[in-house]
Design a protein around this ligand. Structure first.
Ligand code: 5GP
Length: 193
């Protein structure tokens, strides 16, 4: 079991509706020493890849992406969530359905911060059905940039996102993959990697 899986078992809480709560260390209160270990691990897994920029999505991806970026020495851009806008010309826009809130949002990035030919590493806290990642991939494609890799802290392997994204041919690295979880017993099982 790796450092992150151990922490999830210690502090994660399984909620009804396939939601794993990790807000005591990952996405509300944040354990920065843990984030640094996460950054080191992504650096290893993407060794030898050319990374110009990290792209994430607000809000919970931002803190993680910033610490990860210290290991890659590149800037972080975060896609902003907007209700419904019409900002032609200045923004790349993609549609994303939120797993946790069950709402549809547009995600936007200013065109000046994603450039043609750039090699982009996508970072996010969770992968469930993959909607957030698909939105980020669309933004990168619109810019004519390239997704060089995808780093996820916790993948819920029993949902479809991981399979879909891997089938698209991307190098997707998830530091913990939850195979199953039980909210009544607060039990979590990880996929062997
Ligand atoms: P997806 O778009 O892959 O369905 O969901 C990914 C997004 O939903 C992540 O950015 C994350 O913020 C949120 N999310 C999905 N599942 C969970 C979960 O079990 N717990 C928490 N805390 N957030 C989740």
């Amino acid at each position: 079991m790796n450092f992150l899986e151990e922490r999830i078992l210690k502090d994660g809480i399984v909620k009804e509706g396939n939601v794993l709560k990790v807000d005591s260390f990952l996405n509300h209160q944040m354990d920065i020493d843990l984030f640094n270990q996460i950054g080191e691990e992504f650096k290893k897994r993407f060794e030898g890849k050319k990374i110009d920029k990290i792209l994430t999505i607000e809000a919970s991806g931002i803190g993680i992406a910033c610490i990860v970026a210290q290991h890659f020495h590149v800037p972080v851009v975060f896609a902003k969530k907007a209700k419904s806008i019409n900002l032609e010309g200045e923004m790349y826009v993609a549609e994303v359905e939120s797993f946790t809130h069950k709402t549809k949002n547009q995600v936007i990035v200013a065109q000046k911060f994603l450039n043609e030919g750039e090699h982009v590493l996508l970072i996010d806290d969770f992968l469930a059905n993959g909607c957030a990642l698909q939105g980020l991939i669309q933004l990168v494609n619109q810019a004519g940039a390239e997704v060089e890799g995808i780093g996820i802290v916790i993948e819920k392997g029993f949902q479809t996102g991981g399979r879909v994204i891997r089938n698209m041919g991307y190098q997707l690295e998830s530091l913990a993959i939850v195979e199953s979880m039980d909210s009544e017993k607060n039990e979590i099982h990880f996929r062997e990697q």
